[in-house]
Design a protein around this ligand. Structure first.
Ligand code: SAH
Ligand code: SF4
Length: 333
């Protein structure tokens, strides 16, 4: 399939449904060639809602007056126990940039999880840190790190973040993670305020060059109380096309059907799988903290139990002819 810059523009903007279907079919074909018809499950554990940053789009930004929480190590282990029982073999610990999450604390949590679940992968998504810090987390046993670049265009980055947050630093973090041997994930929101076809092309170019092991993309969804609360949500259709393009460009990438897609469309995650995605991330966080981790409005499955959301997503994947194996689902290099 032709993925030259000119053709990318056409694929992103065309109104021809046949062209779009061809793109999705090609994406599934290349995915199946590498990974088979498998969707890998990751258990998401939202470990802290405290954040020192003030990203303009996010419902957990520093300036939001909201109830904040941190999970204890024991609570996190309990989530993993539930998850392991349900067949999860990857745990993703995500949170705001929380100074309380010192290297010592995170390393202790990672070691405890790896000790109790040696057959599982640990993914961290705790925002930007220094190279030394990332190195310690790696030594403690963390396998993967998700840090969306948010946009590959410096001017656009500056529109989404306060000036104390630096585009260059975020990109440096990604390079450090890669060099330290993490399976590294970047990604961006689709339809974030100020995003254009040009900035999207830069995102795709960045992914083509960086060749991350994972790419997380989902539509932007406005969050009440943030500077972007009245901005329109991103497009589901455009997100699906971008997923498919990323798959075709980089056949081996692990590509989640994000909850943000599921939030905007009742069949959003199924449609993402049909566009070439191969990962789902049901929530394993304790029931009472889910609604407090409100990155955007109407977040999916707030309040439902881990077992329930895992069973729901399994059934959805099987209904569209995909297997959901009990395995770590590492990047195939
Ligand atoms: N603090 C960490 C991880 C938690 S935020 C970090 O920022 O990397 C995880 C992701 O949620 C962010 O990377 C961002 O892309 C996404 N996100 C934040 N606000 C959002 C919104 N309003 N709509 C959709 N996605 C959002
Ligand atoms: Fe904090 Fe991440 Fe939200 Fe930014 S996107 S405010 S770093 S939780």
């Amino acid at each position: 399939m032709n993925l030259s810059l000119d053709n990318l523009e056409k694929l992103l903007t065309t109104r021809d449904p046949v062209l779009v279907e061809d793109l999705f079919a090609e994406a599934c074909r290349v995915r199946d060639e590498v990974y088979g018809r498998k969707v890998f499950m990751r258990g998401l554990i939202e470990v802290t809602s405290h954040c020192k940053n003030n990203c303009l789009y996010c419902g957990l930004r520093r300036d939001m007056h909201c109830t904040r929480y941190r999970l204890t190590k024991e609570q996190i282990l309990q989530c993993c126990r539930t998850g392991h029982e349900l067949g999860f073999r990857t745990f993703v610990m995500q949170g705001g940039e929380d100074a309380w999450m010192t290297d010592e604390r995170v390393c202790d949590i990672v070691r405890s999880v790896k000790r109790e679940f040696p057959d599982c992968a640990v993914t961290l998504s705790l925002g930007e840190r220094g190279r030394e810090s990332f190195a310690r987390l790696k030594d403690a046993g963390a396998d993967r790190y998700l840090l969306r670049h948010e946009t590959a265009d410096a001017a656009h980055y500056a529109r989404l973040h306060p000036s104390e947050m630096r585009f260059e630093h975020r990109m440096q973090c990604l390079r450090d993670l890669r060099e330290l041997g993490f399976q590294t994930g970047c990604g961006f929101m689709v339809g974030s305020p100020g995003q254009t076809l040009e900035t999207l092309k830069k995102d795709l170019q960045f992914i083509a060059e960086f060749r991350p092991e994972m790419v997380g993309i989902g539509p932007f969804i406005p969050a009440s109380g943030t500077p972007f609360e009245h901005e329109p949500a991103g497009s589901v259709e455009l997100t699906l096309r971008l997923l498919a393009i990323i798959r075709v460009m980089h056949p081996r990438v692990l590509l989640p059907a994000t909850s943000a897609l599921g939030t905007l469309h009742p069949q959003g995650r199924e449609r993402a799988i049909r566009a070439g995605a191969n990962v789902v991330m049901p929530n394993l966080s304790p029931q009472d903290t889910r609604s407090l981790y409100s990155i955007y409005n109407n977040k999916l499955a707030t309040g439902s139990e881990a077992a329930e959301s895992a069973a729901d997503i399994r059934a959805r994947m099987k209904a569209i002819g995909m297997e959901v194996p009990t395995e770590r689902g590492d990047f195939i290099g």
